[in-house]
Design a protein around this ligand. Structure first.
Ligand SMILES: O=C(O)CCC(=O)C(=O)O
Length: 250
């Protein structure tokens, strides 16, 4: 499998130097890496707008193909909803980081959107799963101190406990947490064990994030709908289909 994965990643543009020494050091030390301005602002804005139009079109069904959350508009299965989101799970820097964190054993568990609504969006600090996993997050709105940026606790991927075990109240501030204040178009890759969460959006506009979540091959989150429509099967290259490891829709 490793050889096939290596070939597929090469096809998708991943090279030995795609990750910088500083990227690797951040992933090892902090449990995340942040690369500002990977997508041009107009592309990020188009994605945020598309999340909003999809949310309107899906209405009360929004998120039911993944997970619903009070105060946040969630959308599942973006892979089948618009090709504009392909870059979110196929960007070489993201794939190189996932490959580094997962040592070659991964597939795409889900590709989803989360818009924290005004006055809402605070999440408890959490890990994404108890098994090894990696999350490629895209800020597609500007993340400001006011609009509910993601918070991260550096080095917490190495902690023996999850936040709910180690903290009395995982919604509370953590003394070591940092806020991801970045422009729209920023790529944030986290080890799935890094303690993180959304914070409260104190503005009047939604704050948008896209998440491409990777898990060990064959061991995907049960909440994720992982069937590829025929249009997605036709659109995606063989290498992309290998990496995402989805089932064809009947
Ligand atoms: O929206 C964010 O800032 C983080 C979202 C998150 O961590 C989650 O939904 O699990």
């Amino acid at each position: 499998m490793q050889l096939q994965m290596t070939d597929a990643l090469h096809e998708l543009g991943v090279r030995p130097d795609t990750l910088t020494p500083s990227d690797r050091a951040s992933l090892d030390r902090d449990g995340y890496m942040i690369v500002p301005n990977v997508l041009p602002p107009a592309q990020a804005a188009a994605m945020a707008e598309r999340l909003d139009t999809l949310a309107v079109a899906e209405g009360e069904n929004a998120g039911k193909d993944f997970h619903t959350e009070k105060g946040a508009t969630r959308l599942g299965t973006l892979i089948n909803k618009d090709p504009m989101f392909d870059i979110c799970f196929l960007h070489p820097r993201g794939l190189a980081a996932v490959n580094y964190l997962m040592e070659g054993d991964f597939g795409l568990s889900s590709i989803t959107g989360r818009a924290a609504q005004p006055g809402e969006g605070l999440q408890a600090l959490h890990r994404d799963n108890s098994v090894r996993c990696a999350n490629v997050l895209w800020a597609v709105s500007d993340f400001t101190l006011e609009n509910g940026p993601t918070r991260l606790v550096p080095g917490s991927h190495l902690h023996p406990q999850s936040p709910s075990e180690a903290m009395e109240n995982a919604e509370a501030r953590h003394p070591d947490e940092i806020y991801v204040i970045v422009p729209a178009g920023t790529l944030i890759i986290i080890h799935g064990w890094t303690w993180h969460g959304g914070t409260r959006n104190g503005t009047t506009c939604p704050r948008h994030l896209i998440s491409a979540f990777f898990m060990p091959r064959g061991n995907y989150q049960s909440i994720a709908h992982r069937q590829l429509t025929q249009a997605s099967q036709r659109r995606l290259s063989e290498a992309a289909r290998f990496v995402i490891d989805h089932e064809p829709a009947p």
